[in-house]
Ligand binder design. Sequence first.
Ligand SMILES: *[C@@H]1O[C@H](CO)[C@@H](O)[C@H](O)[C@H]1NC(C)=O
Ligand SMILES: *[C@@H]1O[C@H](CO)[C@@H](O)[C@H](O)[C@H]1NC(C)=O
Ligand SMILES: *[C@@H]1O[C@H](CO)[C@@H](O)[C@H](O)[C@H]1NC(C)=O
Length: 185
Amino acid sequence: MTLALIIFIVIAKNTAYAGEACVFFDPTIFFGLVGHVAWGWEVDDSATYVFGSDDGPNNGNICGGPKIWSQTNGTRSDMLNWFKNRNYSSYNCQPVSNSAVGSANTAITTVKSQPYYWASIPCLKTSSTNCLDDVMAILNAYNATGLPSTSILSHGAPDPRTWFGELGTSGNSNGGKWLTSSQNL
Ligand SMILES: *[C@@H]1O[C@H](CO)[C@@H](O)[C@H](O)[C@H]1NC(C)=O
Ligand SMILES: *[C@@H]1O[C@H](CO)[C@@H](O)[C@H](O)[C@H]1NC(C)=O
Ligand SMILES: *[C@@H]1O[C@H](CO)[C@@H](O)[C@H](O)[C@H]1NC(C)=O
């Protein structure tokens, strides 16, 4: 290979996206009313993805119990299978040109050690630390764009279903690069 060709390949690789951020949706939680979301992201432009979920409090205390944290890593198809095997139904991903793996890992360390607070009402907290909050914290740290604001939620409860559905609409209107509709698992 000539040097010019090698340089061209390096440049071509760097001008492609540097990572990918994904959100996974499970519609069945809480009798199908609010659903559940989980996260995944690519380690730079590699074939490895880190992914997982905040599965609620392990002692049933939705206002301050320790989180059930699930996390692993693997290829993109490992990731899709992992969520499919856990009954998630769909997902949406976006390319992230300035992916920040170090800060995403730091966010994971922070949120997984927090107590779980389902919602400001009824937990009497100004903020919550539920599955959706954790997805937002981790993917924001990764530098994903167009994560819909949770202020679209008017009823004081987490609503991952609405939020997930907004990714390709209000999320994309706000700088996101999500698919306009989610993919089935
Ligand atoms: C993937 O998981 C293994 C086993 O837990 C861990 O040693 C490794 O650091 C993880 N890789 C990434 C990229 O997070
Ligand atoms: C997935 O759904 C099936 C059928 O309802 C159920 O038997 C199984 O336990 C569920 N798996 C998980 C991981 O929740
Ligand atoms: C996040 O992306 C912005 C531009 O989109 C970039 O300026 C910033 O450096 C990125 N953050 C990290 C931690 O890489």
